[in-house]
Ligand binder design. Structure first.
Ligand SMILES: Cc1ncc(COP(=O)(O)O)c(C=O)c1O
Length: 379
């Protein structure tokens, strides 16, 4: 049987990874500045994480959501404390799309309405409602397109308010910082106005922090840079450091009832062990402080490169913008310099999403390699 061929692949076969270094089957070491789409938060194969998972697997890996699982309670308590959302509830699932799917469904149940406001260039995943609120027609099948969604530009609150006034909107969904789209984000004024109009018109505000959450921007959630609170916050990626786990944080205003939401795999013993290990390490190793320190260092260094037109994003969720398409640059960085970076819908943007453990020496390595590669492609 062949694999269904939906991913263009680099001809690299990683066999081992430690912290920010990935080694392939030929023994070549790569610096990981992309974390496999922003997933690796506490570094590859962190010893605390590996030990927790191994021990959990020896004890019990899985049982359904029909029994007591104290690990779910421990995860919820630790997550509430570290994120500042202690009075919210946690529903666990297994991916970012599933988190958004459940958030959208909950908003629709709660308001008994169905239209959604989403933003231009958004990405929220590939399941039915999540892909319908994603601004990319190429990945929306006719089945998904049945959902009623209105896409608006970021930072134009009067357009949002005009839609909410119509009375048929269940929720607004917005990324803390856009990831796949290309690192655009709402201003603080926009986020604060958005919170206000959602309260005013009784519309649920969903913050998709699947990529921008878990300390990646230097605060636990990106929206916390704007001093707002959301009704539902969606999580995944960094939450499990590679173990598939996602979740939604749910405001106390939502009433739970048996069967309202559900999943077979969400919140398994093994997933919770991974989630707890990640939170332990973020807290113990003060990774958010590291994010802020390395971000300042990165900004200073990158702004001295004349070809760099703009740096977008915050913390370690960054986009370096050039006035040319970065495809060749990115390829050369991987093949010649052995550094993984990412791309975005914005073809001129090189995405930088390293593990949150990255240090200044790694940034130096990247800056030197970037300067050399820019010189090579210009000559
Ligand atoms: C902001 C955002 N939301 C949702 C998703 C979907 O997550 P997953 O691929 O785990 O379903 C992604 C994935 O890139 C994302 O960046």
């Amino acid at each position: 049987m062949n694999l269904f061929d939906v991913y263009p692949l680099y001809n690299i076969t990683p066999v081992k990874a430690v912290d920010c270094t990935i080694t392939d089957d030929k023994g070549v070491a790569y610096l990981d500045l992309y974390s496999g789409h922003g997933v690796i938060s506490i570094g590859h194969t962190h010893p605390h994480y590996v030990l927790k998972l191994k021990n959990q697997l020896d004890a019990i890996g899985f049982y359904s959501n029909a029994i007591q699982n104290p690990l779910q309670v421990e995860l919820a308590e630790k997550l509430g404390k570290l994120s500042g959302y202690e009075d919210y509830s946690l529903f666990l699932c297994s991916s970012g799309a599933e988190a958004n799917e459940n958030a959208l469904k909950l908003a629709s149940f709660h308001t008994n309405k169905s239209r959604v406001i989403a933003f231009n260039n958004s990405f929220h995943g590939r399941t039915s409602a999540a892909v319908a609120v994603t601004d990319n027609k190429k990945i929306v099948a006719p089945l998904n397109a049945q959902q009623v969604v209105t896409f608006l530009p970021l930072n134009q609150i009067e357009l949002v308010e005009a839609e909410l006034k119509k009375g048929d909107v269940c929720c607004v969904i917005i990324e803390g910082i856009q990831g796949v789209g290309g690192l655009d984000e709402g201003t603080t004024e926009f986020f604060q106005d958005l919170e206000k109009v959602c309260v005013q018109y009784d519309v649920v505000l969903i913050l998709d922090e699947v990529q921008s959450g878990y300390g990646r921007t230097g605060k636990f959630f990106a929206h916390q840079h704007h001093n707002i609170k959301a009704d539902i916050i969606c999580l995944a990626k960094g939450m499990g450091n590679g173990f598939p786990i996602g979740g939604i944080l749910i405001s106390p205003k939502f009433k739970a009832s048996y069967g309202l939401l559900g999943t077979t795999f969400g919140g398994s013993h093994l997933a919770c062990a991974a989630g707890i290990a990640v939170l332990d390490v973020i807290k113990e190793e003060k990774l958010m402080d590291n994010v802020n320190e390395v971000y300042a260092y990165f900004l200073e260094a990158i702004q001295q490169i004349p070809e760099v037109k703009k740096v977008k994003g915050k913390g370690l969720m960054l986009g370096v913008e050039f006035d040319f398409e970065i495809n060749d640059l990115r390829k050369k960085m991987i093949i010649d310099k052995h550094i993984f970076t990412g791309n975005a819908n914005n073809k001129n943007l090189l995405r930088i999403l390293p593990p949150l453990t990255i240090n200044k020496k790694d940034i130096d390595t990247f800056i030197i390699a970037l300067r050399e590669t820019l010189k090579e492609i210009q000559s």
